[in-house]
Design a protein around this ligand. Structure first.
Ligand SMILES: [Zn+2]
Length: 359
C-alpha cells in the first residue's frame, strides 16, 4: 500500500500528498555510492523518490563496509552501483533505480546528467568534484555538495536559483596532494551525518515547500568532535570561471585520479623486469598480511606527508597497493619529488597473487 508506506511523511503539512507526488516524479542522480552516497540513497529510496541514478565504477571491498551501509558482506567484489540498486529496490520496489557502472568522465557526464533534475555529489576526490560541479552548471541542475575530512563535514546546495557553485568556493583543484578516506581515515557515522543532510537537502529542493530554505549560498559545517555546527554565507563569485560564464563556454575537463598520466605496468611486465624495485605502498597491517618478496614497504600515509625516503634513481620503481589505485597516487608523489622511472602496477597485489597462483 503506497499510502501506508509514506503516511508518516505525507501527514506533515510541509509534504502532504502533493509533495509526495513531487518526490515520486523526481529524478535524482547520486555520483558515488560510498560513505556519503549510501546513506543519502537509502533515505531517498525510502522516501519514495521515483527515479534514482547511481554512478560508481568501483567494487565493494571489505574495508568499505564500516561506513558504506548499503552493502552487506556477501556483496564484496560486486560493482557498487549495481549492488546499491539491488538493495534500494529491495527496500522500495515502487521506485526505479538505474546503475551506471562506469567512471564519470568529461565524455559521459552531460549525457548521464541530462536525465535527472537534482545531482548529489557523493565523491571523495577533487577531480570528480570539479567535473560534477562544472557539468551541473552546464546542464543547469542544482547540485547537493557534501564532503568529509576526518571528523569534519560540509554540505551546500550549488546552482539553485542562480546561487553560487563549488568553484565560487574553490576556484581550482588544489595543487598539493590531499589524502582521501582510505588514507586519512573516517568514522562511518560522520559520513552518515553528511550523507543524511544531503538527502534532506535533495528532498527540500524536490518538494520546494515555502517553509524550506535549502543551503543555497550557505556552507553548513559540522565538527563531530564537539558537534559544533556553523553555517557560513557563501557569496557568488562574480568572476567565477564556470557559473558566471555562458553555458556553451564551459569546457568539461577530467583527469582520473585512477589512471591520469601515470605509467602502468601489468604484473607480468613487472615480474619480467629484472631491474625493477618493488615498493609496497599499502598500510602496515596489509603489508604484514602478505607482500611481494624483496619489496620495500613505504606506506602511502608516509609518502603523503612528504616523508619520502631515499630510493634508487637508476632503476625502475614499481609501486603497488591492493588494487592499483593508491599506487597511482603514490607514483604522483614520487614523480613530483623528481623520481623518473616510476610505474604503478595495474591491479595491485591482488592481480600479482592471481598471477602467481596461475603460473
Ligand atoms: Zn561559481
Amino acid at each position: 500500500m503506497e499510502n501506508d508506506r509514506y503516511s508518516r511523511q505525507t501527514i506533515l503539512p510541509e509534504i502532504t500528498e502533493e509533495g509526495q507526488k513531487k518526490l515520486s516524479a523526481a529524478h535524482i542522480l547520486c555520483i558515488g555510492a560510498g560513505g556519503l552516497g549510501c546513506p543519502a540513497l537509502l533515505y531517498l529510496a525510502a522516501a519514495g523518490v521515483g527515479h534514482l541514478g547511481i554512478v560508481d565504477f568501483d567494487t565493494v571491498e571489505e574495508s568499505n563496509l564500516q561506513r558504506q551501509i548499503l552493502f552487506s558482506t556477501d556483496q564484496t567484489g560486486q560493482n557498487k552501483a549495481a549492488a546499491a540498486r539491488d538493495k534500494l529496490i529491495a527496500l522500495n520496489p515502487d521506485i526505479e533505480v538505474t546503475a551506471y557502472t562506469e567512471e564519470l568522465t568529461e565524455g559521459n557526464a552531460e549525457n548521464i546528467f541530462s536525465g535527472y533534475d537534482i545531482i548529489i555529489d557523493g565523491t571523495d576526490n577533487f577531480a570528480a568534484k570539479f567535473l560534477i560541479n562544472d557539468t551541473a552548471i552546464k546542464c543547469g541542475k542544482p547540485l547537493i555538495y557534501g564532503s568529509i575530512s576526518g571528523f569534519e563535514g560540509q554540505v551546500s546546495v550549488f546552482n539553485l536559483h542562480g546561487g553560487p557553485c563549488y568553484r565560487c568556493l574553490y576556484p581550482a583543484p588544489p595543487q598539493s596532494y590531499v589524502p582521501n578516506c582510505a588514507e586519512a581515515g573516517v568514522i562511518g557515522a560522520v559520513a552518515g551525518l553528511v550523507g543524511t543532510q544531503q538527502a534532506l537537502q535533495a528532498i527540500q529542493v524536490a518538494v520546494a515547500d515555502k517553509s524550506f530554505a535549502p543551503l543555497t549560498g550557505k556552507l553548513w559545517m559540522i565538527d563531530a568532535h564537539d558537534m559544533q555546527t556553523q553555517c557560513l554565507t557563501l557569496p557568488k563569485n562574480p568572476f567565477c570561471s564556470v557559473c558566471c560564464q555562458p553555458k556553451d563556454k564551459i569546457v568539461l575537463e577530467y583527469s582520473s585520479p585512477v589512471c591520469g598520466l601515470i605509467s602502468e605496468v601489468t604484473p607480468e611486465q613487472a615480474r619480467e623486469n629484472r631491474q625493477a624495485v618493488f615498493i609496497d605502498v599499502r598500510e602496515t597491517h596489509e603489508w604484514q598480511a602478505g607482500h611481494i618478496a624483496e619489496a620495500q614497504h613505504i606506506p602511502l600515509s608516509l609518502l603523503s606527508q612528504n616523508n619520502i625516503p631515499d630510493l634508487p634513481r637508476d632503476c625502475d620503481l614499481v609501486l603497488y597497493c591492493r588494487s592499483g589505485k593508491r599506487s597511482v597516487t603514490a607514483a604522483r608523489i614520487l614523480l613530483a619529488d623528481g623520481y623518473m622511472n616510476v610505474y604503478s602496477m595495474a591491479g595491485g597485489y591482488e592481480a600479482w597473487k592471481h598471477l602467481e597462483n596461475h603460473s
